[in-house]
Design a protein around this ligand. Structure first.
Ligand SMILES: [Zn+2]
Length: 429
């Protein structure tokens, strides 16, 4: 085959693959969402899942070509199979707060149930819906819930929900081809809604001041959903402070004063029911340092702390790109969070069990593995011991990074963020 014919073939193949992917979407899905609310329950020994409700919602803003998620990130996956053919037609990984909770001491003595919610494209015909969980000891996924879903079922709620004030902060194009980042206001009263929108605009600028987000600004649509809370602020249970807020957020998650989260995933999804949404950042109207972020779940942070900019970009790194914490000298409540005989799924830490699957290709030639923290190596990509909350056995890609101590993102984190942007923009990734 001559060169011209070869190029022609490649181009034809590429277009037929793109058309095929698009056809797959049109064959199996409508451009609406099926929202799946479910509970994860259990303790350190055993976990189970149960359906809470199914909802049809009017918008699908996710990819229409990248329907199968190849990242294999997260503690759980949602898989959709075409019932007739048995073929996998959609998958997506995610993390939950419940998955963190089962590594705490509390989960040794108590059994709890946590709310979760995931949106998938709305099926045209009957599917098998499956939720799987990653086994901590083997890294393999096993099904927690498997059920048929008939899109015509009377048990799917199609009702409208409360229409909140939505501000379009930045619009760059078709939601299927852009990352739709949604800020949700928490702890802002009716009279503080202008402040929320101004805060969301300020945070948008903070994000795009940071690379690699800045270099890809045109790939993002940004929205702000003004949810009204009865009271200003958030809970701080360890200090006896309890506020009546829309999303039920609070500090002292797992007993840690600075760990600000909310278990109320249903209220979060209720807030975004009528807009495209690839990534959620909950902006909490308080000053105290704190925040949190779980992969493809949400990130949360405080509007007015002096370190806000960094906390925001750090926590968003967890939720958006599945990045791990690279720090290792801090108070955490977890036990054996990263088993050392297993390669963690996060793209920016390694136990060296399967380092080839991580950032080995980013190391300068001749870099020793592991890499000593000497003048010759400390400012370059390497494999430095300490990360993922422990000083031994887990390694990070650079001495400093946004995911350790608010320095610029290391090369491994940068690549992971760019890959996620490509995936959500329906490009090759
Ligand atoms: Zn990093």
């Amino acid at each position: 085959m001559n060169y011209k014919n070869w190029v022609f073939c490649c181009v034809t193949l590429f277009y037929s693959m793109v058309t095929q992917a698009q056809n797959n979407f049109d064959a199996f899905f409508e451009k609406k969402s099926l929202r799946v609310d479910f509970a994860l329950s259990g303790n350190v020994e055993e976990q189970s899942a149960a359906l809470r409700q199914l909802r049809e919602e009017p918008v699908w803003g996710g990819p229409v070509k990248n329907l199968i998620d190849k990242f294999i990130y997260g503690s759980n996956y949602i898989n959709l199979y075409d019932k007739q053919s048995g073929r996998l037609i959609y998958s997506r990984g995610f993390n939950t707060l419940f998955d963190e909770w089962i590594t705490t001491d509390q989960a040794k003595n108590e059994t709890q149930s946590w709310d979760n919610s995931v949106s998938v494209p709305f099926p045209k015909r009957t599917i098998i819906l499956e939720i799987t969980a990653r086994e901590r000891k083997t890294n393999k996924f096993h099904p927690l819930l498997r059920m048929d879903v008939d899109p015509g079922s009377i048990f799917i709620d199609k009702g409208k929900l409360k229409e909140n004030k939505i501000a379009r902060i930045q619009h760059k194009g078709d939601p299927a081809e852009k990352v739709d980042l949604v800020f949700i206001g928490e702890g802002y009263t009716a009279s503080e809604q202008e402040k929320f929108e101004a805060d969301a605009r300020r945070f948008t600028e903070l994000l795009f001041k940071t690379d690699p987000y800045g270099s890809r600004r045109d790939d993002f649509n940004v929205w702000a959903v003004g949810v009204v809370s009865e009271e200003s602020g958030t809970d701080s249970s360890g200090k006896g402070i309890f506020k009546n807020t829309a999303l039920n957020s609070g500090y002292y998650t797992f007993g840690i004063d600075r760990y600000l989260t909310t278990p109320d995933m249903r209220s979060i999804r209720n807030a975004v029911w009528n807009i495209p949404c690839d990534a959620i950042f909950i902006l909490v109207n308080v000053q105290t340092y704190g925040g949190g972020g779980m992969y493809n779940f949400y990130a949360i942070g405080t509007a007015d702390n002096e370190k806000t900019a960094h906390v925001f970009v750090h926590e968003f790194g967890h939720s958006f790109a599945g990045l791990a914490d690279e720090y290792f000298s801090s108070e955490v409540a977890y036990n054996d969070f990263y088993p050392l005989n297993m390669e963690p799924w996060e793209p920016n830490i390694t136990t060296l069990i399967d380092f080839d699957s991580k950032w080995k290709d980013l190391l300068p030639a001749g870099t020793p593995i592991p890499t000593p923290l000497t003048d010759a190596y400390k400012d370059k990509a390497g494999v430095f011991e300490g990360g993922g909350y422990v000083s031994k056995g887990v390694y990070r890609p650079m001495d400093h990074c946004m995911m350790r101590d608010y320095h610029p993102f290391c090369p491994a984190c940068q690549r992971a963020i760019l890959r996620m942007i490509d995936y959500l923009c329906d490009k090759d990734y």
